[in-house]
Design a protein around this ligand. Structure first.
Ligand code: DGL
Length: 275
């Protein structure tokens, strides 16, 4: 049991580090606990039940460590597990604690980025098939048209360190073309997977220059700052010593080697087992 009360940040693997990096920029005073479930990544192709089960195990682990607030910095977990955890599990497990995702803060704002009112979504199979983005964007921006494309090979390429290689070109070009072919009006494309910022340069290389690509890290970090300002009861429970701890369910030396690329600074992790 941790004596501090850090903000928990969860992802299936490394992707959530792109969000944590921005959170630390915007809110450096808080303590953070990052967990990557690398041993069971990727989550994208897994069933609703499996992603829910894995995510719930992670949330329980964060609570055991003393976290009062957990951010699912993973679109797949946010799409497939968050609502059930918030509505069914939290009231029984820890009614005073909070679990938030990355889809809501993104959909609240993404409509403002587009001039044509046509937005493309690139995500994992799980995120795209859940339809969470079209459903949520409709609530905030009913006039916006949403087009989606699942990119099942992108997370495996990134998790295996192949994202800068020529092999990645084929899959990036293919999925991007399939998305943009759905409408010539698309002017904004959301990277709706926290792993994808690592592919941004390659994606831009194959995209027409009039298309803007939006990563979620900064959006989620600003939204968290706003949430903590509005929910002082939660903010007051979180500890403030600026410490960041990293955990992985896989090999910690291997995690550290790759994680620095996502986080933008050296990372020193510890191994844990979930379940
Ligand atoms: N970073 C996760 C997301 O945002 C990747 C999911 C996966 O493990 O496939 O969706």
């Amino acid at each position: 049991m941790n004596l501090k009360k850090p903000i928990g940040v969860f992802d299936s693997g490394y992707g959530g580090l792109t969000v944590l990096k921005e959170m630390v920029q915007v809110l450096p005073q808080y303590d953070y606990l990052y967990l990557g479930d690398n041993a069971r990544a990727p989550y994208g192709p897994r069933s609703f039940d499996t992603v829910y089960q894995y995510t719930l195990e992670a949330v329980n682990w964060f609570f055991e460590q003393g976290c009062e607030l957990v951010i699912l910095a993973c679109n797949t977990a946010s799409a497939k597990a968050l609502r059930t955890i918030q509505q069914k599990d939290l009231p029984k497990l820890a009614p005073g604690k909070r679990v938030l995702g990355v889809i809501r803060p993104t959909t609240e704002i993404i409509g403002n980025y587009s001039k044509t009112g046509n937005i493309g979504i690139l995500g994992t199979n799980g995120t795209v098939l859940s339809n969470s983005y079209p459903i949520e964007i409709e609530k905030f921006f009913p006039a916006i048209q949403v087009f989606q494309e699942a990119c099942p090979m992108w997370v495996p390429l990134i998790e295996n360190g192949e994202f800068n290689q020529a092999g990645a070109d084929y899959f990036v070009q293919k999925n991007l073309q399939q998305l943009l072919a759905q409408s010539p009006e698309i002017d904004t494309v959301l990277l709706a997977c926290t792993h994808y910022p690592l592919l941004l340069k390659k994606i831009q290389q194959f995209a027409p220059s009039n298309i803007q690509f939006v990563s979620q890290g900064e959006i989620v970090a600003k939204s968290l700052a706003n949430y903590l300002e509005r929910h002082t009861n939660i903010a007051n429970k979180c500890s403030l010593t600026g410490e960041i701890q990293f955990f992985t369910t896989d090999d910690s030396a291997d995690f550290d080697k790759h994680a620095a690329l996502f986080f933008g600074a050296p990372v020193c992790s510890q191994h844990i087992d979930l379940q």
